[in-house]
Ligand binder design. Structure first.
Ligand code: PAJ
Length: 271
């Protein structure tokens, strides 16, 4: 366990953990703010986790800006930043991986086969190092939330998983470290994700429940955007990540950048 965690737990202080891969933006900071409201002490972890990136994905070029991240976290009032090295997280000979069967296998899991084993493994390790009372995750990565909740339940991990709403730009684009890859015309095209979710939420509010027609509403909006290539656009159950349900989930390539977004269609879409 981290020394800071041991001290604070010993003093009976409620401890929150916000796991991140750095390149922090207002989405991450909203998790930090909620954690600061709900706990006496907050630890943010920054670790670009190699095992959740597949071959040919963006591990090497993933944005890294440790100084700026540190400054933002100091200003936000975080009590400690945990930046484990690769050698601490995965010493030579460490081969164990956690596979959360079922919920991790469709959609993102199908598109990125090693991704959720890498996420589940690193989240379990971070929870074990920090032993927080609460850990904070963004709804932006809805399937990650479902995988982490299943992991915590199945392994009886003594932590409460808190889920925070998606923070968006004023035109609706969900904040993401990967938005930095978008060229100006791609940035304009990227609004098609939130726009598709908004249109599907309007259809749902008007009474549409047919999963195929809701799916078609999403696809029709995405496919009019020439720079966008749809990987998946589905309406699923938020726990199992299989149809039927009311959670619209999207993965779209805009130019060379893969973007994901989601929205619970039973709620109005607001930015
Ligand atoms: P990362 O992509 O850095 O995201 C850290 C946390 O911030 C995640 O819980 C993510 O859902 C949340 N987040 C990202 N964009 C957001 C937005 N626009 N609004 C609200 N929350 C947002 O997700 C990971 O890192 C990693 O997989 C990790 C959990 C750290 C394991 O390596």
């Amino acid at each position: 366990m981290l020394a800071a965690s041991r001290k604070w737990r010993g003093e009976g202080l409620a401890l929150g953990l916000v796991p991140t891969m750095g390149a922090l933006h207002a989405g991450h900071l909203s998790l930090v703010e909620q954690a600061c409201r709900e706990n006496s002490r907050v630890i943010v972890s920054i670790f670009v986790n190699p095992i959740q990136f597949g071959p040919g994905e963006d591990f090497e070029r993933y944005p890294r800006d440790p100084e700026r991240d540190g400054e933002l976290l100091r200003t936000a009032g975080v009590h400690a930043v945990y930046r484990p090295s690769l050698a601490v997280m995965y010493p030579p000979g460490s081969t164990t991986r956690i596979h959360v069967a079922g919920v991790s296998e469709g959609l993102e899991g199908a598109a990125r086969p090693v991704h959720f084993d890498g996420v589940a493994t690193v989240v379990a390790k971070l929870l074990s190092a920090v032993e927080p009372d609460r850990a904070y995750f963004g709804q932006k990565d809805a399937q990650q939330v479902a995988v982490v909740k299943r992991l915590v339940r199945d392994l009886d991990l003594p932590v409460e998983i808190r889920v925070c709403p998606t923070v968006r730009e004023s035109d609706g684009l969900a904040l993401s470290s990967r938005n930095a890859y978008l060229k100006p015309d791609e940035r304009r095209a990227a609004v098609c994700l939130s726009s598709a979710l908004r249109q599907a939420a309007v259809a749902y509010a008007e009474g549409e429940r047919d999963p195929e027609r809701l799916r078609q509403t999403l696809r029709t909006r995405l496919e009019i955007e020439p720079l966008a290539h749809v990987e998946y656009a589905e309406v699923v159950d938020p726990r199992s990540f299989t149809p039927p349900g009311s959670l619209a989930v999207l993965a779209v390539r805009v130019g060379g950048t893969r973007l994901i977004d989601n929205h619970d269609l039973s709620k109005p879409f607001s930015t």
